[in-house]
Every structure is written in structure tokens, then in C-alpha cells.
Design a protein around this ligand. Structure first.
Ligand SMILES: Cc1cc2nc3c(=O)[nH]c(=O)nc-3n(C[C@H](O)[C@H](O)[C@H](O)COP(=O)(O)OP(=O)(O)OC[C@H]3O[C@@H](n4cnc5c(N)ncnc54)[C@H](O)[C@@H]3O)c2cc1C
Length: 390
């Protein structure tokens, strides 16, 4: 048996159940949340540098929703980009954040039997994966789901810009056009596992890891991993996929979801403010959930207090998050102090050779970029202990 050099703790979600659960959660708050599906936000309503709402288009035509605080959670900074706030883009970089995907699931074979087969036939397993990627024309591989008889296929379609209709179309169509061939390949190349396999479903739309992002009042960069960084306006505290600091949590400041130059607009999620290297590591699901929750609380506090997104009482936001909503935040009286003590006692994870080298060279970005390009896209030189499922 191959001994893993690192243990990754993760959890899997069943997407259909998650959709239902999210509707249940919204429905529970239907007296305070009005949900409008099938409405596309197309333009911010600006008065000078203040965002006053958003224009939406739908089957009903063009409508305006006015708001005291607007939260742009489009992932592509759609509203921020048109508001006059500065943004930047990952599209020209060869990184995780410039890749799209149309995921699909394959049923009719046993995931555990496949895992045993892979362990017993590592070379054949490598060739099988390479064969599938060759048919697709991009890297693709199977991952576990909560059910043994259904696996999902992740894929990485590099240099695709999800803000361009041509790239959106190509991602979806080209993946689907190859699916029958991919299935037939699995069935003929490895019949002992895949002879009864079938396409279980295809995601209703493509996904992307990133595109445009905001340039916020703080831009997260390599130094946030290479040096101990304490942010007094920390609103989310997360481990990321970088190994420079041995996956210790980093502090995400409120300023990283606060666009420059525009008032009453927040931008949590995968378009968070980070430089072209750091963005790959700081816009995964946990950070999107954490910054999204914090944006909601910050907006509510700003509205209740009559302040703005730039003048909101961040301490109050932190106390609500940590005190009422059980979000751990460093140095907050509501958070178990041992979490922070533990981190400090372990040098913020900065004992790694990579971190020491980065600090000694005075060029954290180059040490960090090396990892991002090799591990973030999970190519042949990726560290063996890094999960490439992102
Ligand atoms: C194939 C794939 C696999 C991944 N695997 C992992 C993983 O294993 N672990 C992990 O942590 N992360 C993973 N990620 C990354 C993670 O899924 C994203 O970073 C995260 O979901 C982003 O959340 P978000 O809410 O910011 O944006 P999104 O999830 O993209 O949500 C944005 C929403 O806004 C809607 N929208 C966009 N524009 C508009 C508009 N103008 N008007 C109205 N609505 C709009 C979109 O339809 C979408 O519903 C993966 C990403 C992909 C694509």
C-alpha cells in the first residue's frame, strides 16, 4: 500500500440535495428575503460614486432593484466592472483561475472497485486518465461522490474566459460533443470496471474558477502566506490550498471585498481582491462562503447604523460573526483563544523550507508562483500530496 504523505480532510456534497436545501433555507426567511430567479444583473445604478441598485433583465423585461448596499456575488465582478471600480482579470494568465469546466457524472460502476483497480494497476490507471484527457482535449478526471455507484468528472479547460459568450458556448458544447466517445473509451479500455457505465447527468451549466476580480482596498498577495499577517479587519479566517505556510489559516480582511472608488458595493466570493498569483489560492468554496457571510453582515450593519461600506463599524461586524454566528475569528473575544494561540505557537505555519526561502530571497511571489503553476493546475509536476480537485 502507498502511504499518503499528507492527509486531506474534505467533504462531498450531493448537488441535487444541496439545491433543495438552499431553497429550504431561503424559504425559511421568506419574510425578509425576496428571491427572483431568472433575473440577470446587467448594470449598476450609480449616483456619482455611490451604488444605488442594479438593473436586471428577465422575461419581464428590464427592471430596477434599489438597495442601500449592493453585494456583487456574480463571481466575475459583473456589477463592479460597470460601476467605475477598478478590476483586473485572470484570463491571460495560465493559472487555475483561467480555466472553465462542464462537469458531468458517470454511474453504473463501483468507485471503490475502481480505486482498488487503480492501486493495483497504477500505469494502466495513468494511461486511462491520459486517454480520457486526450479525447476531451483538456485534463479531466473522476472523483468520488457520496454514492459508490456514481462518480463525477472534473475538468480544466485552460484559457477560457467565462465572460465571453464564445468561450461559454465552446466549453459546454465541446464537452458534451465528446461525452459518448469518452464513455465508450472507458468501457473498452477498462471493461472490468466500466462495462455497465453510463452518463448519469451533465451539469446544467458550465463552471469557472475565476475571471475578472476586484482591486479592493486591500489586495491579497504572496506575502499574506510568506509572513505572519494580522489584519484588524479580518472577517474570514481560512486555510487555503497553498503549501508555503503548511496550510495554516490566513486572515482575509474586510478590505479585500471592498472595491476601491465606489461606495455601498461589496464583492465577496471568487472575484475577491487578490493579485494574479494569490487569487488561485484564496477563492475556493470555504473563502467564498466566509466572505459572502461577512458581506451580508457588513451590509446589514451599515444599513442599520446609517453608515456606508467604507465607514461601517467592522468591529461590530466581527462581533456578530463570531458572537452570534459562531464564525471563528482571530483575537476575537467570542472565539476560543486557543485557536489563535495554537497558530502563533506554530509560527503561523511558516516553518516550511519554502516559506523560509521565500522570506530570505525577499521574493515571496516567485516561490509562491512556482507552487501555483505546478500544483494549482495539478499537472505532471504537481506535488504528490496536493489534492488537484478544485
Ligand atoms: C469544476 C469546478 C470544480 C471546483 N472544485 C472545487 C473544489 O473541489 N473545492 C473548492 O473549494 N472549490 C472548487 N471550485 C471553485 C468553487 O466552486 C468556486 O470558487 C466557488 O463556487 C465560487 O463561488 P461564488 O459564489 O463566488 O461564485 P459562483 O459559484 O460562480 O456563483 C455565482 C452565481 O452568480 C450567478 N451570476 C453570475 N453573473 C450574474 C449576473 N450578472 N446576474 C445574475 N446572476 C449572475 C451565476 O449564475 C452563479 O449562480 C471548483 C470550481 C469549478 C468550476
Amino acid at each position: 500500500m502507498v502511504k499518503p504523505s499528507r492527509i486531506n480532510h474534505g467533504f462531498m456534497l450531493e448537488p441535487t440535495q444541496l439545491k433543495i436545501e438552499m431553497d429550504v433555507m431561503l424559504d425559511e426567511l421568506s419574510d425578509s428575503i425576496r428571491v427572483l430567479y431568472h433575473s440577470w444583473g446587467v448594470k449598476p445604478i450609480m449616483e456619482g460614486n455611490v451604488c444605488k441598485g442594479v438593473i436586471f433583465e428577465s422575461k419581464e423585461g428590464r427592471k430596477a432593484v434599489l438597495a442601500k448596499v449592493v453585494i456583487d456575488a456574480t463571481g466575475d465582478a459583473d456589477i463592479c466592472r460597470l460601476s467605475g471600480a477598478p478590476t483586473s482579470s485572470a484570463i491571460d494568465d495560465e493559472c487555475r483561475c483561467s480555466s472553465t469546466a462542464l462537469v458531468y457524472r458517470i454511474g453504473g460502476f463501483s468507485r471503490s472497485a475502481f480505486a482498488a483497480w487503480q492501486a493495483a494497476h497504477p500505469e494502466e490507471a495513468r494511461l486511462l486518465k491520459a486517454g480520457v484527457s486526450k479525447i476531451h482535449g483538456f485534463r479531466a478526471s473522476l472523483f468520488a461522490t457520496p454514492r459508490d455507484d456514481v462518480s463525477w468528472a472534473n475538468n480544466w479547460q485552460p484559457k477560457h474566459d467565462c465572460s465571453l459568450v464564445a468561450d461559454l458556448t465552446e466549453t459546454e458544447m465541446h464537452t458534451r460533443l465528446k461525452l459518448r466517445e469518452v464513455l465508450a473509451y472507458y468501457q473498452t479500455a477498462c471493461p472490468e470496471i466500466f462495462k455497465d457505465a453510463y452518463i448519469y447527468d451533465i451539469a446544467p451549466q458550465l463552471g469557472t474558477r475565476g475571471s475578472h476580480r476586484i482591486v479592493g482596498e486591500y489586495v491579497i498577495g504572496s506575502n499574506d502566506w510568506a509572513f505572519p499577517k494580522e489584519h484588524e479587519d479580518c472577517i474570514a479566517w481560512h486555510c487555503t490550498v497553498d503549501t508555503l505556510n503548511d496550510n495554516a489559516p490566513i486572515e482575509i480582511p474586510y478590505r479585500a471585498i471592498l472595491p476601491q472608488k465606489v461606495e455601498n458595493l461589496l464583492a465577496p466570493g471568487r472575484h475577491i481582491s487578490a493579485d494574479r498569483i494569490a487569487i488561485d489560492n484564496v477563492n475556493l468554496i470555504p473563502q467564498c462562503v466566509g466572505t459572502g457571510q461577512a458581506a451580508g453582515v457588513a451590509a446589514a450593519v451599515a444599513v442599520a447604523d446609517g453608515t456606508s461600506t467604507h465607514t461601517v463599524d467592522v468591529k461590530k461586524v466581527q462581533d456578530i460573526l463570531a458572537g452570534e454566528q459562531n464564525v471563528p475569528l482571530p483575537r476575537n473575544a467570542h472565539t476560543d483563544a486557543s485557536y489563535t494561540e495554537n497558530l502563533v505557537a506554530h509560527e503561523y505555519g511558516l516553518y516550511t523550507e519554502a516559506a523560509k526561502k521565500a522570506r530570505a530571497s525577499g521574493d515571496a511571489a516567485s516561490a509562491y508562483r512556482h507552487w501555483t503553476m505546478s500544483g494549482g493546475m495539478g499537472n505532471a509536476s504537481a506535488p504528490k500530496d496536493h489534492t488537484d480537485n478544485s
